[in-house]
Design a protein around this ligand. Structure first.
Ligand code: NAD
Ligand code: UDP
Length: 313
């Protein structure tokens, strides 16, 4: 029988790439999504496939389905979206994780959690290895997401220790690529859409803060390798591209690659915006034989090509 895989958040940016890959591999894929930040457009080509099914479902509610594996991605990832209804973000992270872990326990299936580099908060250790416990403000505007994801990790490890659930936890660093929503508010999509429309590129603060950007195909490869990794390897494991860039450097690259005449303007820095971010990926190399292959220039070129179609449409 074909392996049955549940992807929560499967209509979102990363989830839709993951679903496509699993469908192409011949898996039986069930995509569960409440379409808060995802869209049917992202999975439109899959809707006609015999081994793909879409279910409009909110993971804060229980779900009774028979599956072998679960990728738990459901959660808004852009600060604009996760701060829109912060209490709902906590519910999605925490109740959603409990529901999906309960499902994994019942069906005795393997479950992978899409955690985040945000568990490191505004890091005092640079670059960030998995052993670092992080520096997170528990009461700030980013806390609903950061602490929600931290508690989800706690739940994963407690279900593993208490009930023997087969867990895999990945910590994803800033990922970008086609299928990001044009109005999503994250930096790569913002800058590209602004550049293509000839609008000012809005750099928050001085633009000296850094991020490490991973192209989505690389991330999905790492994610699938983690799901298939050896029994007993739970993670958490960092997945990201160690190339580190300031937001000003990113803006300049995007202006050059789009040939845009847009100007760079500065806007206030949001509260608790992390100053620097860069993954240590030795563990992923050792356990998963994974490292990212797509350079920032190459990935941006592919993403710009996508938005050229999407912005015009
Ligand atoms: P996204 O917002 O594009 O996708 C999230 C998906 O989850 C959307 O389709 C949304 O509709 C769905 N969703 C949200 N709440 C839900 C709920 N209660 N029930 C069912 N579906 C729900 O974001 P993304 O960038 O694709 O992120 C996917 C996952 O990866 C998230 O869990 C995110 O925290 C994690 N992650 C992403 C990044 C990144 O840079 N993209 C970095 C770290 C972690
Ligand atoms: N950022 C920016 N201009 C924008 C959007 C974001 O300068 O239009 C900055 C933001 O302040 C942060 C970085 O880009 O320092 C990455 O922001 P994003 O929302 O993409 O992700 P996160 O902060 O969660 O890493």
């Amino acid at each position: 029988m074909r392996e049955r895989i549940l992807v929560t958040g499967g209509a979102g940016f990363i989830g839709s790439h993951l679903c496509r890959r699993l469908v192409e591999e011949g898996k039986e894929v069930l995509c569960a999504d409440n379409l808060f930040t995802g869209s049917k457009e992202n999975i439109r080509p899959l809707l006609g496939c015999g081994n793909f099914e879409f279910l409009r479902h909110d993971i804060t509610e229980e779900l009774y389905v028979e599956v072998d594996r679960i990728y738990n991605l459901a959660c808004p990832a852009s600060p604009v979206h996760y701060q829109y209804n912060p209490i709902k973000t906590v519910k999605t992270s925490v109740l959603g994780a409990m529901n999906m872990l309960g499902l994994a326990k019942r069906v005795k299936g393997r479950i992978l959690q899409a955690s985040t580099s945000e568990v490191y908060g505004n890091p005092k250790v640079h670059p960030q290895p998995e052993a670092y416990w992080g520096s997170v403000n528990p009461i700030g505007i980013r806390s609903c997401y950061d602490e929600g994801k931290r508690l989800a990790e706690t739940l994963f490890f407690d279900y593993h220790r208490q009930h023997g659930v087969d867990i895999k936890v990945i910590r994803i660093f800033n990922t970008y690529g086609p299928h990001m929503a044009a109005d999503d508010g994250r930096v790569v999509s913002n800058f590209i859409v602004q550049a293509l429309k000839g609008e000012d590129l809005t750099v928050y603060g001085e633009g000296t803060q850094t991020r490490s950007f991973c192209y989505v195909d690389d991330l999905v490869e790492g994610m699938c390798r983690m799901m298939d990794s050896r029994e007993g390897f739970t993670g958490p494991v960092n997945l990201g591209n160690p190339g580190e860039f300031t937001m000003l450097e990113l803006a300049e690259k995007i202006l050059r690659l789009t040939g845009s005449k847009s100007r760079i303007v500065h806007r206030p820095l949001p509260q608790d915006d992390p100053v620097q971010r860069k993954p240590v990926i030795e563990l992923a190399g050792k356990e998963l034989h994974w490292r990212p292959k797509v350079s920032l220039e190459e990935g941006l070129a592919r993403t710009i090509a996508y938005f050229q179609g999407a912005v015009k449409a």
